[in-house]
Design a binder for this molecule. Structure first.
Ligand code: UN1
Length: 507
């Protein structure tokens, strides 16, 4: 466990930080147990209400100082964070894998995603463009500019314990904001490791205390952010239930929220699909991160002409999956996050059966040596019918439902017939089908792919989705605008004061 030492993780940790300063006691409020072997990795002190108040005050105080740094200088600090992450990629990837349970490949991939967003944010720091417009009045000029917002609250989930924070924080930082991060209480140590990495860079660059803050705790700590009028924007990633609560509270004070919530993602496999690509894409999408990505493939909508072939190929592919210690590179699938998640997985399987589903690949909990944590489950595949209610729900586990279709219209309707709208894909070599799927009458999701699975998006695009997914967009494209306030400026350089719309106001 050298990586713990490398990252400065102790057995007992403070959970509240304003940068280099750590607040509070060393109490054992939050226990971080690895789903890999069930062992306790460390304990973390939850943030008290008084300490939260101090953090929020520091974040507010640091804002005017930080926003006065030119954006490219803020970008230079983020560039150094990216370099520090490159240095720590191995150790941090291992910690992600050990504390969260995803495969080491995916742990490293997550850190790479952080590095990528740092690079993206550095470039942005010399852009953050507004438009110029032509005024209808002579001797006038109009333009818009983007100013920093203030304090940004970031609530992140256990499944991407480091990357989702970085998407939000690195953009928020180059935009001139200060941040308060509340990570999932299931992965508090990943957050402490990130905070230490950032603190070193901040210190070397004389960044004021309070620019990047960390609080630890459960939903109560999230509520503090949602209620706090000092927090201009709350960016929340997690369940739809959590998102609705946060959104309601933030809207109650007319604050801004940015929501990235549940997904129930489908791949349509056409009769014109390249089946090798389709099966590989579906497999990684369904079992990667043990089915715990918001972009996980949960439904396959398969054309009747290839249905039996796909079933057979899936059966063969699933038979080759190796489940076990995610730090062992031979394994494809690690554990679920905790035994609560195992119960939800078992309940979903029971419900699917009760509704008439049959299992092509059986599920179950793995027992015995190497599975002592009780969190290892078998990825499974069920044949389902469109009216089943279980297929409308997001179960954060590797359960894949198969549906059959005849026409593309029917397939698209099935794909859209869920409350969530995050990611979607079609596997086809038929240009007409692909374009129809991408058209306004096609997928209703924030992400729609062709011949690529539903998960594993690059950071360069805007990430997020519609309906119960929450409507927010994070990461690439112009998602940075969420972290700034737009100001429209009209400047009169003439010697008269003409009014817009030709209105006369003569004395
Ligand atoms: C999430 O599951 O919350 O597209 C984020 C993907 C990753 C991010 C997932 N880049 O699967």
């Amino acid at each position: 466990m050298d990586f713990l030492k490398t990252l400065g993780i102790e057995k007992a940790n403070q959970g509240t930080s304003t940068g280099s300063t750590w607040l509070g006691s060393l109490s054992e409020d939050i226990s971080s147990c690895s789903p890999v072997d069930g062992r306790q990795i460390g304990v973390v002190a939850a943030t008290t209400a008084a300490d939260y108040n101090e953090v929020a005050a520091k974040a507010q105080l640091a804002f005017p100082a930080w926003r006065s740094w030119p954006a490219p200088r803020r970008g230079e600090v983020v560039r150094q964070i990216g370099d520090a992450l490159r240095e720590h990629k191995d150790a941090l990837g291992r910690l992600v894998s050990y504390e969260m349970g995803k495969s080491l490949q995916e742990g490293w991939g997550e850190v790479q995603e952080m590095i990528d967003i740092c690079d993206f944010a550095v470039g942005l720091s010399r852009q953050l463009y507004g438009l110029t417009m032509h005024s209808e009045r002579p001797g006038h000029r109009m333009y818009e500019q983007y100013h920093p917002l203030g304090v940004v609250g970031i609530i992140s989930a256990f499944n991407f314990p480091v990357a989702v924070w970085s998407w939000n924080a690195m953009l928020a930082l180059v935009c001139g904001n200060t941040c308060i991060w509340k990570p999932s209480e299931k992965t508090p140590l990943c957050a402490i490791a990130c905070q230490q990495i950032v603190a070193k860079i901040f210190k070397a660059n004389n960044v004021p205390e309070g620019v990047c803050n960390l609080i630890s705790g459960g939903s109560a700590a999230g509520e503090w952010l949602a209620q706090d009028t000092r927090v201009a924007l709350v960016s929340a990633t997690g369940s739809t239930r959590m998102g609705k609560a946060v959104a309601a509270t933030v809207a109650g004070r007319l604050g801004r929220s940015l929501l990235e919530l549940g997904g129930n993602n489908a791949i349509i496999i056409s009769k014109d699909a390249d089946l090798n690509i389709a099966i590989t894409g579906a497999l990684f999408g369904a079992v990667g991160t043990a089915g715990q990505r918001c972009t996980t493939t949960r439904r396959l909508i398969i054309h009747e002409a290839v249905y039996e072939t796909v079933k057979e190929k899936l059966k063969q592919a699933y038979a080759q999956l190796k489940i076990g210690d995610p730090l062992d590179p031979a394994n494809h699938v690690g554990p679920l996050i905790d035994t609560g998640a195992v119960t939800q997985y078992l309940n979903a399987i029971d419900q699917c059966r009760a509704e008439g589903g049959t299992f092509l690949v059986e599920g179950g909990v793995l027992k015995g040596a190497a599975y002592e944590s009780g969190c290892y489950v078998k990825p499974c595949v069920a044949e389902a019918k469109p009216h089943f209610s279980i297929i409308k729900q997001e179960t954060f586990a590797p359960i894949l439902y198969l549906l059959k279709y005849q026409t593309l219209e029917e397939a698209i309707a099935l794909q859209n017939a869920v409350p969530q709208g995050l990611s979607s894909a079609i596997m086809t070599l038929n240009l007409r089908e692909a374009e129809q799927f991408l058209s306004a009458a096609g997928s209703d999701c924030g992400i729609a792919n062709v011949n690529i699975g539903t998960s594993g998006a690059e950071i360069g695009g805007a990430f997020g989705g519609e309906k119960e997914t929450g409507g927010g967009r994070e990461s690439g494209s112009d998602a940075w605008k969420n972290y700034m306030r737009r100001q429209t400026n009209t400047i009169n350089y003439s010697t008269a004061l003409p009014l817009a719309q030709g209105i006369r106001f003569d004395l």
